[in-house]
Design a protein around this ligand. Structure first.
Ligand code: ADP
Ligand code: MG
Length: 326
């Protein structure tokens, strides 16, 4: 008995030297309504842990600014007031809305943050959707042309009274990019940050590229593919994240701005690119655009690839990936 007691009391002392050494660190947290994952290599474990906490704080800061679930977020205040005239907003929020509008332009309105004018009437947990009259009433409010930004005055105005915006299709990617910037500024060379379906990696994992799985949209535990990545971002938009079914029809969280109804040509769209803000917005965009238009857009963009699973379970690849998968 006695030697064992001595051993256990020595244990904390023996652990101290290893605490100061280099190691892979991993942390998970629930922020922005999703799972945040941070994994990194750091020469000083204690310092590495401080950096992971800084990333989690950054995620919370962005959520506090941009969540539509928080009544006191700046975005909620925009939604409550911008239809009455131009209101001054934080530069960072203004910039991200500006980027969202740019994606509306290049997708001809498939990506449109004013989808929320109808989106606010869906509750996927309670199985609630807008009725026909509600939808007809709010459809005219869905158009990014109703959002006027003035970057000189730092103001935003909605030109139609029923407009609501939601950054759910781009903010997680943006938060991932901000997190990677924090890690890079602190000298981290190998890391992965993910927020739900949006992931960005720098460097490698051990001596391999990072590997990010693409889920089988109809089998929770299955993967259809594993993508090796170095210094890249990947985002997946799927119809299995938040949904309910009624009369055999799936109502999920990615809406066609033209109809206010869920988009149903695709089960999942994954985009690979240089940064997570772009891949996030593009995965939502391609999901709405469908296979042909979506691939055409992706093939026209530099350093951007797509893997799409359509509503019959068939896989489609952008040109750069089709070359390597053949
Ligand atoms: P998630 O990681 O939450 O599944 P996605 O990147 O797949 O996010 O985007 C889905 C989210 O994008 C929705 O929850 C909603 O907030 C927002 N969204 C839905 N439809 C559109 C649209 N047509 N344009 C822009 N954003 C949208
Ligand atoms: Mg997205």
């Amino acid at each position: 008995m006695k030697p064992l007691i001595i051993l256990t009391s020595l244990l904390p002392v023996l652990l101290i030297p290893s605490l100061a050494s280099a190691d892979w660190l991993h942390e998970e947290a629930a922020i922005m309504g999703t799972a945040i994952n941070v994994e990194l290599w750091h020469g000083d474990v204690k310092q590495g842990r401080v950096l992971i906490e800084a990333v989690m704080d950054e995620m919370r800061r962005i959520d506090d600014l941009m969540s539509t679930y928080k009544p006191d977020s700046e975005l909620s205040s925009v939604n409550g007031n911008a239809a009455r005239g131009p209101i001054t907003v934080d530069n960072e929020l203004l910039m991200l809305i500006g980027q969202a509008l740019m994606f509306s332009d290049i997708t001809h309105g498939a990506f449109d943050v004013t989808y929320a004018s109808a989106g606010q009437y869906y509750d996927y947990r309670k199985g609630r959707k807008p009725d026909g009259k509600q939808l007809a009433d709010v459809l005219p409010a869905i158009s990014y042309h109703h959002v006027r930004l003035d970057t000189v005055q730092s103001t935003i105005e909605f030109l139609q009274p029923d407009v609501r915006i939601d950054l759910g299709g781009i903010a997680k990617g943006y938060a991932v990019d901000r997190s990677i910037a924090i890690l890079q500024a602190a000298g981290v060379r190998n890391a992965l940050v993910s927020a739900g379906g949006d992931t960005r990696v720098i460097g490698r994992h051990w001596d391999h590229p990072w590997k990010v799985g693409i889920r089988d949209p109809r089998n929770r535990d299955g993967l259809v593919s594993t993508i090796p990545l170095e210094d890249a971002a990947i985002s997946t938009s799927g119809d299995y994240e938040r949904y309910f079914e009624e009369d055999g029809v799936r109502y999920h969280h990615i809406l066609n701005p033209g109809t206010g109804d869920s988009s149903r040509e695709i089960h999942s769209a994954s985009i690979i690119g240089n940064n997570a803000t772009d891949t996030d917005a593009l995965s939502t965009s391609v999901f709405v655009m469908g296979v042909d238009k979506g691939l055409k857009l992706v093939n026209s963009l530099p350093d951007t690839e797509a893997i799409i699973i359509d509503n019959r379970g068939r896989m489609h690849y952008s040109e750069g990936l089709a070359r390597v998968t053949q």
